[in-house]
Design a protein around this ligand. Structure first.
Ligand SMILES: *[C@@H]1O[C@H](CO)[C@@H](O)[C@H](O)[C@H]1NC(C)=O
Length: 279
């Protein structure tokens, strides 16, 4: 009897394995963000703002939008090392805080679809509409990120202020999506957040202009330098598109333009990594 039911289970199990490729949902469809570094010495003035030449070229106003950003993690970066980044952001002009839970997948050899398949195998597929998939397309590196957005009340906070450690933990724990929370084991995410600290904050400034028929963004991120005594300005130019072909073409075009102008920094941006390393 026992043997028979085990046999039956084995048959069901193998049948399930055989049909699962047919039942599997398709890969999620990402959008694309081309993100290239600019040489801060070349594009910032002594006031660490974009020079009039750069603003004028992209038709940018002198007004910027401020964004204050901080990540939460344990001091041993357990969450980051598992590929996740829980973030709190305050954007100028918005009353609430944006909470983001972002999972990164590295892309090797330009194989975007392989990364999307990895994400699918880990539970992020086209049926999961609560998460946004984006390919961050840098200079030589691409990364797939899968993010879930939540919000938390900003009432009682003024200006660009972000919540302190205790409130930041509470906000991110209260809104934690299940996939993040149960990533390593049950309640792994919220357990880690309960003893997390702040990495940051970093107060970035965004300018919006146009280039080649697209909106072009330039963000200036003042990040603590490697010595921890000064500030290093990270300047990123980016465009967004839903088309992989457009992303590929515009990435090459933007590199060419920035190079000709003497504005290009031929490196990949490791902004989040720098914040996790230096704070
Ligand atoms: C950045 O720009 C400055 C000023 O134009 C230049 O001297 C420097 O070589 C550039 N750095 C890099 C890494 O391209």
């Amino acid at each position: 009897m026992m043997y028979a039911s085990c046999r039956l289970l084995a048959i069901i199990a193998s049948a399930t394995i055989m049909v699962s490729p047919v039942l599997a949902a398709s890969n999620t469809v990402p959008d694309y963000e081309v993100k290239l570094l600019m040489n801060s010495t070349a594009v910032l003035g002594t006031d660490f703002k974009l020079t009039p030449t750069v603003l004028s070229y992209f038709g940018m106003p002198t007004t910027v939008t401020k964004m204050n950003v901080q990540f939460l993690d344990k001091s041993n970066k357990e969450i980051y090392n598992a590929g996740w980044s829980p973030r709190i952001r305050k954007t100028e002009g918005e009353s609430d805080f944006e909470l983001t839970y972002k999972k990164r997948y590295s892309i090797t050899g330009g194989n975007i679809d392989a990364a999307l398949t990895n994400a699918n195998n880990e539970g992020f597929d086209s049926t999961d509409t609560k998460y946004d998939a984006q390919i961050e397309w840098g200079y030589q590196k691409q990364t797939l990120s899968i993010s879930r957005q939540k919000s938390a009340s900003g009432s009682g906070y003024s200006g660009m202020d972000l919540p302190g450690q205790t409130k930041s933990r509470t906000y991110l724990i209260d809104e934690a999506p299940d996939k993040f929370d149960d990533w390593v084991s049950n309640n792994w995410g919220t357990t880690a957040l309960a003893s997390a600290r702040i990495f940051g904050p970093v107060l970035a400034k965004r300018s919006i202009g146009t280039w080649s028929g697209l909106q072009l963004y330039i963000e200036v991120w003042p990040i603590k330098d490697a010595a921890g005594t000064g500030i290093e300005y990270i300047v990123e130019a980016s465009i967004k598109t839903t088309s992989r072909t457009t992303a590929s073409t515009k990435q090459a075009d933007l590199i060419a333009l920035l190079t000709v102008k003497g504005w290009f920094l031929a490196q990949d941006s490791l902004k989040t990594q720098l914040i996790m390393d230096r704070y």
